[in-house]
Design a binder for this molecule. Structure first.
Ligand SMILES: C[S@@+](CC[C@H](N)C(=O)[O-])C[C@H]1O[C@@H](n2cnc3c(N)ncnc32)[C@H](O)[C@@H]1O
Length: 199
């Protein structure tokens, strides 16, 4: 327990020192280092992006010819070169706005979405998986062929069906637990490669 806490503090300190808005930034950095997610010029959509650590990484990785769009219920401090939509991913209007902004040409879809936690695991797991399902529905509309996705999920009974759904639309789905994610937490990251279609 002591070890886990010190690891969390270590990444928090690192984030502060390196100017990242969240400790989560290191999870994305580690996944990108392992799987080469981003390319210069990519169009990236980041769902559940506040306060913006992942946006900072994505912005840096895609360069000035790329495009990064973030969505969250909570507002963020602006980031140069990032388009931010303030709203709910389950809202039809937000989905339509995204469709228009990306013209179904998205190269990378990121989701670190997390509901407000109630403390009742079964409930929080179900809510988080339903939110992720909403992200997957959107992915089917806005992703282009061979695009990649990273989806944070809460482990539990409903996870297997979600993975089956993802395996229908991506060639490869890898379950990843980056070092920066606390071992005791039940979050996992699904790294999805080569989008093959809209089932
Ligand atoms: C763990 S935080 C994301 C941290 C972010 N990746 C970063 O590096 O800064 C999860 C976010 O999901 C957002 N969220 C939860 N439900 C949402 C919804 N229905 N629509 C949009 N965002 C949502 C929360 O407001 C919260 O900011």
């Amino acid at each position: 327990m002591k070890l886990q806490l010190s690891k969390r503090d270590e990444f928090r300190k690192l984030a502060k020192n390196q100017g990242y808005r969240s400790r989560s930034a290191f999870k994305l950095k580690q996944i990108n280092a392992s799987y080469g997610i981003f390319k210069k010029g990519n169009i990236v959509v980041d769902i559940g992006c506040s306060p913006g650590g992942w946006l900072q990484i994505a912005r840096n990785e895609v360069g000035h010819n790329g495009k990064v769009i973030g969505i969250d219920l909570k507002k963020i401090e602006p980031i140069e070169g990032v388009i931010f939509l303030n709203g709910n991913i389950e809202d039809k209007v937000i989905k339509e706005n995204l469709n228009q902004l990306t013209n179904s040409r998205v190269d990378v879809i990121l989701s670190d979405i997390s509901p407000n936690l109630s403390g009742q695991w079964e409930f929080d797991h179900a809510r988080q998986i339903l939110l992720t399902k909403s992200v997957i529905d959107l992915t089917k509309k806005i992703a282009k062929r061979n695009s990649k996705g990273i989806f944070k999920v809460f482990d539990g009974d409903m996870l297997n069906d979600l993975i089956i759904e993802l395996r229908d639309i991506f060639e490869k789905v890898i379950i990843s637990k980056p070092l920066a994610s606390r071992p005791a937490s039940s979050e996992l990251y699904l790294v999805c490669l080569n989008f093959i279609g809209k089932s």
